[in-house]
Design a protein around this ligand. Structure first.
Ligand SMILES: [Fe+2]
Ligand SMILES: [Fe+2]
Length: 226
C-alpha cells in the first residue's frame, strides 16, 4: 500500500523549479475547474498520459542510438502512459467534456508534448521530478474527490464497465471504488518518477566521482614520473 501523503522535499534548484511549475499548473486547474472533479479528471488525464509516452519514446531512441540497455525504464514509462489513458477512458463515462474543454485539451496536448519533450532533453531528472510532483497533486485531488463522494456532496454512481474490467473490481463497485484504485495508481507513478529522478542524480554523482578519481590517479602517476 502506498503512503498517500508522501511528499518529496525539494533538495536543489531543479527540484524547486519542478515544484513551483507544478504549483502554478495546480493553481490554473483549481481556477478553471473549481470542484467539478469529473471534468477536471477528464481534462487532466488527457495531459497525464503524455509524459510516459514522450519519455518512453526518447529513451527508446537513445537506447537505439547509443546501443545501450534501458534497464527496463521504457516498459515502465509506456505502462504508465497506458494506465493514465485508462483513467481517461474511465472518466469519459463519468463526465463528458464540454466544447470549451475539448478545445483546451487540444491546445494543452500540443503545448505539453513539445514542452515536456524539451524539458526531458534539457534535464531528464527535472522532467521526472515534475511528473513526481504532478502525481502528488493528482493524489491530493482524488482524495478531495473521494471526500465529496463519501459525504454525498457529489452523488456516487455505479462504476463504469471499462473500470470494472480493467481493475478487476466487483460488479457492484461504485465510483468511490474507482477513485480509490486510480488514486493508488497515481501514488505508484509518483514514487516511480521521484525514484527515477533520484537514480539519475546518483548516476551523475558516480560519474563525477569516477572522473575525480581518474584525475587524481593521473596526477599521482605524473607525480611519480617526475
Ligand atoms: Fe491519472
Ligand atoms: Fe497521474
Amino acid at each position: 500500500m502506498n503512503n498517500l501523503d508522501s511528499h518529496y522535499k525539494p533538495s536543489n534548484f531543479s527540484d524547486k523549479v519542478a515544484l513551483y511549475f507544478t504549483k502554478f499548473l495546480r493553481f490554473l486547474a483549481d481556477t478553471f475547474f473549481k470542484k467539478r472533479y469529473g471534468h477536471r479528471a477528464v481534462v487532466l488525464e488527457t495531459v497525464a498520459a503524455v509524459p510516459g509516452m514522450v519519455a518512453g519514446m526518447l529513451i527508446h531512441l537513445k537506447s537505439l542510438r547509443k546501443m545501450e540497455d534501458d534497464k527496463g525504464w521504457i516498459k515502465t514509462l509506456l505502462d504508465e502512459a497506458e494506465n493514465e489513458r485508462m483513467h481517461l477512458m474511465t472518466f469519459i463515462h463519468v463526465a463528458k467534456p464540454t466544447f470549451i474543454e475539448r478545445i483546451v485539451i487540444m491546445i494543452a496536448q500540443f503545448i505539453f508534448i513539445i514542452t515536456y519533450a524539451i524539458i526531458y532533453l534539457v534535464s531528464q531528472r527535472t522532467a521526472h521530478r515534475i511528473v513526481g510532483y504532478f502525481e502528488e497533486e493528482a493524489v491530493r485531488s482524488y482524495t478531495e474527490y473521494l471526500q465529496e463522494l463519501e459525504t454525498g456532496k457529489i452523488k456516487d454512481q455505479p462504476a463504469p464497465e471499462v473500470a470494472i474490467n480493467y481493475w478487476n473490481l466487483p460488479l457492484h463497485a461504485t465510483l468511490k471504488d474507482v477513485v480509490k484504485v486510480i488514486r493508488d495508481d497515481e501514488a505508484g507513478h509518483r514514487d516511480v518518477n521521484h525514484s527515477f529522478a533520484n537514480v539519475i542524480d546518483e548516476r551523475k554523482t558516480k560519474e563525477t566521482n569516477n572522473t575525480k578519481d581518474k584525475q587524481i590517479t593521473t596526477k599521482e602517476n605524473l607525480g611519480g614520473n617526475n
